[in-house]
Design a protein around this ligand. Sequence first.
Ligand code: ATP
Length: 918
Amino acid sequence: MDRKKWYTRTSEEAVQFWQTSFTEGLSSAEAKTRLEKFGCNELAEKEKPAWWKRFLAQFQDFMVLVLLGATLISAFLGEYADAITILVIVLMNAVLGFIQEYRAEQSLAALKKLTSLTARVVRNSIVQQVPARELVPGDILVLEAGDKLSADGRLIDVHNMEVEEAALTGESTSVRKVADRKFSEDAPLGDRKNMVFSGTNVVRGRGKAVVCATGMATEVGHIADMIQATTEETTPLERRLEHLGKWLVWACLAICLVVVITGVTRGESVFLMCMAGISLAVAAIPEGLPAIVTVALALGVQRMIKQHAIIRKLPAVETLGCTTVICSDKTGTLTQNAMTVRQIFADGNHYEVTGSGYDIKGNILLNQQPLDINKNKALQQCLTIGVLCNNSILKQNTIAITGVWRNKTETGWCIEGDPTEGAIIVAAGKAGIWQSEIEKVQKRVTEIPFESERRRMSVVYRDSNSNNILYVKGAPDVILELCRYYHTDAGPTTITNNHITQINSINEQMTSAALRVLAVAYRRLTPAQAQNPDEAIENDLVFAGIIGMIDPPREEVKISIALCREAGIKTVMITGDHKNTAIAIAQELNIYKENQHKTLTGKELDALSESELDAIVNRVTVYARVSPAHKLRIVRALKRQGHIVAMTGDGINDAPAIKEADIGVAMGITGTDVTKEASAMVLADDNFATIVAAVKEGRGIYENIRKFIRYLLACNIGEVLTMFLAALFGLPMPLLPVQILWVNLVTDGLPAMALGVDPGSPNVMQRPPRHPGESVFSRGLSRKIIGRGIQIGLSTLFVFSVIYYTQDDLAVARTAAFATLVYCQMFHVFDCRSEMVTIFELKFMTNRYLLAAVAFSSIMQLSVMYIPFLSAIFSTVPLSVGHWVFILIVSGWTLLVNACKQIFKRRPARRTTIPQSR
Ligand code: ATP
């Protein structure tokens, strides 16, 4: 790609060179051709090792290598059958391990794709969202605050645009961008203010740029050490298990050594005992535990995607289950973000607006009568400001009513952009006022964008007589403070105390009725002011009216909040909206109860010291009129109280609070790239209910991890104990090396994996959150593991010794012990499905994978016992019906006893209902 120094040239030159158009952009066909020519807009990734290398890595485990070495020796000694069998089992184990790792990797890669960046570009004359990897030189990028740049571009239009380029230049203060200047050739990167660079973030304003470099041709592509490195993220649980694994290795090795030494002193062959010891070590060391945890996490993450929650950081899955507070934005997350203007107040008149949603069917009524807009000048002015100070587009099917043409096929009316602004367009449309019509005589000069902190937005328009007019809309309390005049049907007059009192009381009325309220105002500007617009010109305004719109709560959220309460999770609403509006919605959703909870506004919060805030933070469920900076204080205060906080956010300034929260949650639809990058989880549908679904899933995943840890470790203890006790009591070896390896293969692999996908127990949300520091073995799990391990070991040894001493046939006794060990584990796996209810109360068919895994393992076991060729290899002999009855009773009785014990012990259903103000 051409490396022209675009910062030394005009934007027109760049547009011309790349044969594109400022307004129309590239055509789809041209973009496709260029994508083929220039390649995908991606940085070269480190090449992954080939699949066979990763397969070979399965044999890197020390004990497996020792086993392979020993097998080689046995082959030299002429034990070919044994050597081949061991080799086959080790190979099958490796395949299983490889498949597990591959599945985990695939689902994580799919996740990465889901969270990859998109960009807004003009193509075929319309603004559209495309995957960032499909950007090509010549694309016209549409940029706004919160966007992360994914290509280098020459700016062609800017409005108060500032970009933070620390990723590239190390400079943390943002750079104010320009479009109409050129810079000298030796200007350093940070001074090329007419350029935007891949990897940097737009922090203020908006603008457009023509893409000049993509992929490895970008500035970031030239910095070798910044090339994407795939860092593997491990979760705290994985790390803890890895640590435990190391500890278990030594314990197993010590026991195996005892088995070998006692066997040899009893006169067994040294080689046979060494093989048995090594096989036991291979079987008993739970080296696959961290891998299965990863698989369980990755599969859980996939299930979450189906529920619209995209996990960006794997550790979040674990933390989700510990969440004690969810702090949620109101607009769009708790509410539908489908706004409809209901009331308008202008020049003393109270207007009602009929109709619903974004359909322009409806009327504006005064005293319940339709009106002539031309006779209601104040209302006309109010709506005119509303549609001009507006960046949203109303669309019906394929046609855009107030903007450019769109080619998306959508039925009915919908809004592209901010729904608050969309609702105003619709209300104005009902009175026949359209932005496109007004813009035939007035042209937009510039804009001071809406920011949550400012709670207002302004635009400057110039009419055909070169008059410059500033139109402002925003929160009424903010706008009123900037007003000196009051608009009437006859024109502006000085604002009086009466006006102010009336405006405040109307605002109070509307907000108490759960309406979201905006005020509109305007003023004339001098040419100098229009030239250099900044916040200082938002003064001496003429107050033009108030617009109140309804944004109903989401129905499903009510249920989710009730579920949270049952699960001991508190819901907190944090909104920039008016306190009354917030309380009205919070009451409807059962987040706020008058005598039980408190509300705080941003101002009240500012007046509190940290300790004062700490004293009340547990009782506050509604924070209103807060700005993103307040969110950080709220998160910190809640964390100081020991809470595990999930916090939502969408705007760029929410990023610090999202980072600080234990679970940062970004909005998938309205969220900015920067917020998404800071988050641990993205809500594809911006819905609060999705957070709760993810918490439920997170709890379920953790339960599943406990299930297979319980299963695997108890089985391994059983195996080791069988061999250890036999050695201790001077019994012959109850299992041969190949048999031990086989047990490990048929029991550890598929059944354990099937437990990892067990559907969560129905009551996971009826328990309080787990403490994040809690050990995975807490709540009696270690007792269960050890107890069951001993049961398995003793049962196997019991069957072995009874048959050995009564029949005096070592082969039959070994075969029976072999079968008992396997079937004890097959029964045990069903017990592991729940820690609360018995297997008889769990719906049997809800985990078909487990049934299939157990059936498969059982068939495999029967094959090595009854297929002559295999039984020769595994030194097994056919068992009689009597033997089988004995084996099944001994293997299965614990299942029955445990179920009875659980029913007997069960106290009256324990439901933890934690009040909202904890
Ligand atoms: P949240 O999403 O956090 O629940 P919110 O969307 O209600 O909050 P903000 O978007 O910060 O909060 O809006 C705060 C106030 O700013 C609103 O109550 C409204 O009066 C005003 N406002 C909202 N959107 C706009 C806009 N596009 N232009 C001008 N003013 C706006």
